[in-house]
Each structure stands twice: as C-alpha cells, then as structure tokens.
Design a protein around this ligand. Structure first.
Ligand SMILES: Cc1cc2nc3c(=O)[nH]c(=O)nc-3n(C[C@H](O)[C@H](O)[C@H](O)COP(=O)(O)OP(=O)(O)OC[C@H]3O[C@@H](n4cnc5c(N)ncnc54)[C@H](O)[C@@H]3O)c2cc1C
Length: 340
C-alpha cells in the first residue's frame, strides 16, 4: 500500500518523523498551527536582537542523534555554545558547574534546526487541526483532517484536508489526547503523561551586566534557569537574557496577569544575579506544556489497526534529542508495518 501520511505538528518530532518517511518514499504533508515550524525549539526576533525563549541548547548522547548532529554541523546550522555555566542560589556566590556536557545551539537561533528539517518537506503553516475523522473501515480506513479556517478562531468554520492512509500526531501529550479516540490503547498511555508549564522571561539591558558567567541553573522559588542569549554563537551583540521559572511556580501562577509575572520574574532575576541596572526590554511568554514530568520511554506510540501514531519528546526521554529520536522511531514503526 502506498503511504499518504498527515503529520500534525511541525516541532522537532513531527519534522524528524516527516523527513524519515519522505526519504523512504511516502507522501507526507505536515500541518502546523503557527506561522513558523519549530514548536518549543524556537527563536523570537526583536529590534534588540533574538531570544531563544524555549529550548536553550541541546546535548547529543545517542549515536544516531550524534550522526544527525554531524549533518547539522556540516550544514552550518549548529555550533557548540561554550558557555560559562554556574549554579546560583539567592545570596550565595556562583559555583561553576563541573563536567559539563557539550552544549549545542542552532545558528543564528534555535529555530534554525526546524527550518533545516523542514527543507524539502510539504509543511503547511497557519493550519491548526481541530480533529481527525475516519472514512471507511478495516483495511480501507482513511483519515481526513478538519482544520480551523482561521488558526486563531477555534469557533470558526472548518475546512477538510485530504484523504490520508496514516495520521501522525506530533504534539505535547495533553494536546494529543483529543485526536486519539480511535486508538484507545494509545490514549490510555498518553493520559498518563503530565507536562509542566513554564513562564519564560526575555530581558535586554542597555549595558553589559558583566556577571562573569553566561548561564546559571538557579535554585530559587521563581527561577530555574537564566542564560545570556547574546553569548551564544552568531548572535547580535548586546546584553540579552532569557530566564525560566520552575514548573511548580509556573503551574501555581499559570493564570496570573502576564504583567505581574513579568515584574515578579524580573525582580527575581535582579535578586539572583545582583544586576545593578534594570532592563530596557522585558517580555514574558507562557508555555502551556514545556517538559514532561515523567517521559514514557517508549520511543513512540503506534496503533497499526487505526493507522495512527504519536511522537514527541514526552515519548522518548524528553528534550530536543528525545523529540528527534521519537519522530524517527515512529517513522520506523510505520514503515515496518507498510513493508510487512
Ligand atoms: C522553556 C523551555 C525550555 C527548554 N529547554 C530545553 C533545553 O535547554 N534543551 C533541550 O534539549 N530541550 C529543551 N526544551 C524542550 C524542547 O524544546 C522540546 O523537547 C522539543 O522542542 C519538543 O519537540 P516536539 O516536536 O516534541 O514538540 P513541540 O515543539 O511542542 O511541537 C509541537 C508542534 O505542534 C504544533 N501544534 C500544536 N497544536 C497543533 C494543532 N492543533 N494543529 C497543528 N499544529 C499544532 C505546535 O505549534 C508545535 O509546532 C525546552 C522547552 C521549553 C518550553
């Protein structure tokens, strides 16, 4: 049977799955709700320079992912980030982190990874899929996708997309649930996964803070991580920082007014770093689902009967490497079913 596959979500997992399937000869269409691919591995452009306000960097452990990293390096879209990283706690001197892994970043921003993965794929942007609908039964089962005509209007009219043999759901676990009615065994597993939200703060300063480090794991109620974005390779010069609140604090303050969150996190940044000047730019972003509390460690989920697969960082060890590996694992399972 020739495979005609719809991938919902153009994050790293969806794109890595789509790429492997396309390379194997399948016809693949990727639907992405936003106007750029990348999902949580993204970069915001401002007049002061860019901010990686989701994934900060990535590490490469598994041999297969290290091979992919070599391709990315050869393509010039990834460089090591030689950051001076410390451990920070309120009122305590910064302690340098020992035995750090090599950290890699996309250049000129983390969004370069998705842009690279998306090359040569049929990626449809601004297409928010609302639900999938089964057409026919048994071996004749096909799927259509129902998308919002306006990606920002959940109540608006619906447009039908395609007739697909297979559907890949490449979304954070809580968002995947609504697509899995026809695959109850997958649904039961996906429901087990909880994901933390994360408030992210982007700061720019008119002068260098000269803190003596580029990033810190922070042990405080309101901050878990800060990084000098402008210390990453091939970024515009300047003093730009990104700060992330811990999952517990982000959950507790999930519905707070963004202005209050911004003020609280900017104060926490000042306290943790002892910065002597205030920012000239401070913006927050709320990630609904940033990281799985406990990833499933299954690689990917596949229901051959329904021809529905699910992938994402939460299936495979979390983080960017996990997302990429999960996409690959799902592609392998779909292809092995097709050739069996
Ligand atoms: C604040 C933060 C910090 C992080 N730091 C790091 C780090 O330092 N190192 C690291 O390795 N990882 C980090 N991560 C995790 C990393 O970003 C993720 O593991 C990885 O990007 C997940 O990719 P994914 O494809 O599984 O999911 P996502 O990136 O979430 O992709 C899902 C995609 O689906 C789209 N979508 C959603 N709903 C629909 C719909 N209905 N229709 C169509 N499209 C839809 C979304 O717009 C998105 O593009 C961080 C994440 C966050 C949020």
């Amino acid at each position: 049977m020739s495979l005609c596959i719809a991938v919902v979500g153009a994050g790293v997992a969806g794109l890595s799955c789509a790429k492997a399937l396309t390379q194997a000869g399948a016809s693949v269409t990727v639907f992405e709700a936003h106007d750029t691919p990348g999902g949580r591995a993204t970069t915001r452009k401002t007049e002061l320079g860019t901010f990686d306000y989701g994934a900060q960097y990535f590490t490469a452990r598994a041999a297969e992912f290290r091979r992919e990293l070599e391709h990315w390096q050869a393509a010039g879209i990834v460089l090591p980030w030689k950051a001076r990283v410390v451990q920070l706690a309120d009122g305590v001197r910064p302690v340098p982190k020992a035995q750090d892994p090599v950290r890699y970043v996309g250049v000129p921003g983390m969004s370069a990874l998705a842009a690279h993965l998306a090359k040569g794929l049929d990626v449809r942007l601004d297409q928010r899929i609302r639900r999938i609908e089964q057409v026919g039964h048994g071996t004749q089962t096909r799927w259509t996708l129902k998308r919002q005509a306006d990606p920002l209007d959940p109540e608006g009219i619906e447009i039908t997309e395609g007739l697909f043999t297979t559907v890949v759901i490449a979304l954070p676990a809580p968002e995947a649930i609504g697509f899995l009615e026809a695959a109850p065994q997958l649904l039961a597993q996906v429901r087990r996964v909880q994901m933390d939200p994360c408030w992210s703060l982007m700061l720019a300063f008119s002068e260098p803070l000269s803190l003596g480090y580029d990033a810190a794991f922070v042990d405080s109620k309101r901050l878990a991580w800060i990084a000098r974005d402008s210390s990453k390779p091939e970024r515009r010069s300047g003093e730009r920082w990104v700060a992330h609140a811990p999952g517990a604090w982000s959950r507790e303050h999930f519905s707070d007014d963004p202005d209050d969150v911004r003020a609280k996190l900017a104060r926490a940044f000042g306290l943790a770093t002892g910065a002597s000047i205030g920012p000239v730019h401070a913006v927050v972003h709320r990630w609904h689902h940033s990281a799985p509390m406990k990833p499933l460690a299954v690689g990917a989920l596949w229901d051959e009967r329904a021809a529905i697969g699910v992938c994402g960082d939460w299936c495979s060890g979390a983080r960017l490497e996990g997302a990429w590996s999960s996409g690959r694992a799902l592609a392998e399972r779909i292809l092995s079913g097709a050739t069996a």
